[in-house]
Design a protein around this ligand. Structure first.
Ligand code: PLP
Length: 284
């Protein structure tokens, strides 16, 4: 695999970053994941806009221009022959060669790393036909979940708890309400209405969420943005998650309680189809 590090395209085994990099020492880094369908980037503009927002919120310098970033994405997709897959990008605050809680000065350059992941079958994913089984766990993350930082230890632990329980993923609960999934936004469907938590600092402002809610409204589906409890979710007709890498994923079981007849309902699979169709059309 060819990867990108700070201006260079290199074989992955030749790529390296300083052990003093603040991404490594302090999780002082932000990231984005963009999917590739038919060899093209989907929802790309949204990811770049959110990256610039994350950088601004953390007072981190941009590593390059948006045009350069698009060029790097395309070059990696092409060099690695990705038809369906992901491009991961990470910007960290870099390093001035020591460990210090205080941010280094403006002369310290951010570290920019990108790599691709080949995922044939991303669109035609058998897991989406089966639906996901999830567990609920306490949301003990920090209070700025709207910033897409690489502080992913707790989501990773929550996913391990799900695996240990024989499930696929976890939804995170704060004051009885669902915030989001470990790496996705969460939705329930009741009486045909799609319910999802409103945007705030409590959740990541999903790029897929934005598109899916727009497509739902265009298809005359009713959408309500409000808090919902995990108990309400267990009594819902359907549930699903959205993310850049899994698109729309039906949820069929929560904490051992089957939703509806325990198979994906009608709303989530329909939204998945619309989303993938629209993304193929607007891919760049
Ligand atoms: N919420 C969290 C915590 C995430 O990590 C992600 C994606 O990584 C999402 C939501 C979904 O965001 P997007 O649709 O932009 O991938």
């Amino acid at each position: 695999r060819t990867v990108y590090v700070n201006g260079q395209y290199l074989p992955e085994e030749d790529a390296n970053v300083s052990i003093f990099d603040r991404g490594f020492l302090f999780a002082d880094a932000v990231y984005e994941v963009t999917s590739v369908l038919d060899g093209k980037l989907i929802a790309y503009d949204g990811h770049v806009e959110r990256l610039w927002r994350s950088l601004k919120e953390l007072d981190m310098a941009a590593p390059c221009t948006p045009d350069e970033l698009l060029e790097i994405h395309r070059e990696l997709v092409s060099r690695n022959g990705i038809d369906e897959g992901l491009v991961y990008l990470q910007v960290s605050r870099g390093s001035d060669g020591d460990r210090d809680f205080v941010f280094p000065g403006a002369e310290t350059k951010p570290t920019l790393v990108l790599f691709t992941q080949n995922k044939p079958g991303l669109a035609d994913n058998p897991a989406a036909k089966k639906g996901a089984k999830i567990i609920s766990v306490d949301d003990i993350r920090w209070g700025r979940r709207d910033i897409k930082t690489v502080q992913l230890l707790y989501p990773s632990m929550a996913k391990m708890m799900a695996k240990a329980a024989g499930c696929d993923d976890a939804w995170l609960i704060e004051d009885g309400h669902v915030t989001e999934g470990t790496s996705n936004n969460a939705y329930i469907v009741k009486g045909g209405k799609i319910i999802t938590r409103p945007l705030s600092n409590d959740i990541l402002h999903g790029i897929t969420r934005e598109a899916v809610l727009r497509f739902a409204a265009e298809a005359q589906m009713e959408v309500e943005e409000r808090l919902f409890t995990i108990d309400e979710a267990k009594e819902a007709d359907e549930a699903f998650t959205t993310s850049a890498s899994a698109f729309v994923m039906p949820v069929v079981e929560i904490d051992g309680v089957a939703l509806g007849d325990g198979a994906p309902g009608s709303v989530a699979p329909r939204l998945r189809e619309i989303y993938i169709d629209e993304m193929r059309k607007s891919a760049i």
